[in-house]
Write a protein that binds this ligand. Sequence first.
Ligand code: NG6
Ligand code: CA
Length: 511
Amino acid sequence: MKKYSQVLPVLLLLLGVAGFIKRPPSTSAAEPAASKPNIVLIYVDDLGYGDLSCYGASQFKTPNIDRLAQRGLRFTNAHAVSSTCTPSRYALMTGEYPWRRKGTGIATGDATLIIPTHYTTLPSILQRAGYTTGVVGKWHLGLGPQTGADWNADVKPGPLEIGFNYSFLIPATGDRVPCVYVENHRVVHLDPTDPIQVSFKEKIGNEPTGRENPELLKMKPSHGHDMTIVNGISRIGYMTGGKQARWIDEDMADVITTKAKAFMETNRAQPFFLYFSTHDIHVPRVPHSRFAGKSGLGPRGDVILQLDYCVGEITRKLDELGLTNNTLILFSSDNGPVVDDGYHDQAVERLGSHKPAGTLRGGKYSAFEAGTRVPTLACWPGQIKPGVSEALVSQIDWAASLAALTGQKLEAQEVPDSRNMIDTWLGKSRQGRSYVVEHGGAMAIVQGNWKYISPSNGIKFEPNVRIELGNDPEPQLYNLTDKPQERTNRAQENPAKVKELAELLQAVREK
Ligand code: NG6
Ligand code: CA
């Protein structure tokens, strides 16, 4: 053994001299231009176009996120695939439009895995490229087989069956039971003598609910969210058991950020992909006491500050590990903003002059621009030139773009709606997509300055959340250069454009 260790350095030296020691990837003609930076995707929940100081918010500051914007590329016309969570995330993972597949609407807390396990996914492509892949945070894509997840045994299939090597999950959203973390296949801190049961159909067990025992609540629901009470907050759905495993909302941001940092530390020596999916700024908005009351806008503003802190923790960890220059950070949101999303949390009363959607019309759930146009940043020091990109881009393209970045060839059926736009994401090109499909209640398509929203009989205004949904039985055509935007319907004066965009949308839908 000793002899071997003496010989080894000499051998390595000789090999090195001979040029056999592995070099960083070069871009010479002989070698493909693929590179394998770490990829950290920070995916925020319900963050609106106007919710960050780098996108014009002036009532509070988001310095850590702003720093990503200053050091990277800030997109002004980047879109989530849908204006709600599950369909956007489905598209992000599969590179397939969610409206092509049934069952991809907002998932309940007991939904089974909605991504077929034989699909090629964004994480499985990166695994193919040699990455270790991890998801930490909100999942909301269902867990378990068609017969339903068993929360007291192995909770699978889930992320580990569709391309992740590690997972630490909030199974659905914070406002849905079961209110427990799932690490890889297991509920964390589960006591087998106190098994978990979940129902979204009827009350089970005899625990208090928001409807029956409002006096027990520290935050009352404004609509829905009146079932089992966990940590003083009533949720969507009923659960019993798992008392020891239940999360404390105030600690959630710290818990998942700690897990995310640990994942990066553990995998520092090889390329990793971290999908860090924050619970903030979704309801229930329950900041840690460090942030409570700090924004002046009530809990909604406070959890934006908390989110900003978490982003700072991630970037500080990358600095500490010496990985900053070798890491591509993508930052975006799954859909646009909502102020009252079901709890009396002072979001409406304390909003003041803050504009969660900036100047855009609509919000979460909407086919208007604020539904899907979201803050989006790409930061990779030394590789991405800082600046602003007005290119029309969509998260649907992340799968194929990251495949291209990491040198992975794709078959036609893999991530079928995703296109390689890596040069645009890295700022080498300002050329955007020729069109982007937006999926609110109604379907819409943007091409150049024009936006068409297909006729829809849905309600125009959702009073609970106070959002204009973009539905109209008549076709809508907007010139996006009009100010204010999406106010003047130009369909009647421009029937040719309506026809052209309606046909384009139809062609995409039928593809
Ligand atoms: C809605 C919930 C809302 C939120 C949303 C999903 C009610 C009344 N409203 O049904 O609070 O949970 O679903 O949000 O229950 S998302 O960002 O995950 O899509
Ligand atoms: Ca969301």
